[in-house]
Design a protein. Structure first.
Length: 253
């Protein structure tokens, strides 16, 4: 049994795998990470069966709290993707060591499903749009602000605009400040992602599968027909695959 943990900029996602099956998944806010009790999230039966804890993190501060708390609950030392466990894909970027572990395990899990050219849209705190070629190599990608960041920035850098939770507007033309913000951020994000996927397809000179993950994945998918699949737990799947691959490479031949 594997405990896979994805530490992002806003949330910590915890997945429990038995073999290849994801038994359950839980989400913890990053600000709650210092107080998170994994002994309560996991049943005693699962705690006794966990053989490995593997973490993919893009948030060093939250990672430190998670590692400390996990070690209090489990007799298993957490392993970190990219440090203790390599990501078994070629990384065709200028600085491979600077690519986020979440993007790489997403690419790994996506290619495991498609075995062909693939674009992964991860719509979370930031929106990343990454390309994987037909041999499974990470080609590079795009990083843009997510919906919540856009809302916070608009409020922080203006004198009078409120910060509001963005929702789909009834009309494009806003008749009040709130609806104007909803329209600008919602349709602006949809338009941006649509255009970036289209441009990336043209640059890659193919029509890849487009997989979306992250908190706003379903919202984008319902507006963007180019997105063919939504996989909420793609990152956890990638963590599991990286771990299993590392076990195979450790077996003496």
């Amino acid at each position: 049994m594997l405990l896979a943990i994805d530490i992002g900029n806003t949330n910590v996602h915890v997945g429990i795998f038995e073999g290849d099956t994801l038994l359950s998944a839980h989400t913890i806010k990053d600000e709650d990470a210092p107080r998170a009790n994994y002994g309560k999230i996991l049943t005693p039966a699962i705690l006794n069966e966990v053989q490995a804890v593997v973490i993919a993190s893009v948030n060093p501060k939250a990672e430190a709290f998670v590692v400390e708390n996990v070690r209090k609950c489990l007799p298993v030392k957490p392993q970190i993707i990219g440090k203790d466990i390599p990501i078994p894909i070629p990384i065709l970027t200028e600085y491979p060591g600077k690519v986020g572990a979440d993007r790489l395990v997403n690419a790994l899990a996506a290619f495991e499903r498609t075995k062909n050219w693939t674009i992964v849209v991860d719509a979370g705190t930031a929106i990343t749009i990454d390309g994987i070629n037909d041999t499974g190599a990470f080609m590079g990608g795009i990083i843009a602000p997510g919906i919540d960041i856009s809302s916070k920035a608009l409020h922080s850098y203006t004198a009078l605009l409120p910060q509001i939770p963005v929702r789909k507007p009834k009309t494009v033309l806003g008749k009040n400040t709130e609806d104007a913000i909803h329209s600008g951020i919602y349709w602006g994000t949809v338009g941006m992602v649509t255009q970036l996927i289209t441009m990336l397809c043209n640059e890659l000179k193919c029509q890849p599968s487009v997989i979306a993950t992250g908190g706003d994945a379903r919202m984008l998918a319902q507006e963007i027909p180019l997105i063919t699949t939504v996989l909420p737990y793609l990152t956890l799947e990638g963590i599991k695959i990286a771990y299993k691959t590392s076990l195979v490479t450790r077996i003496p031949h």
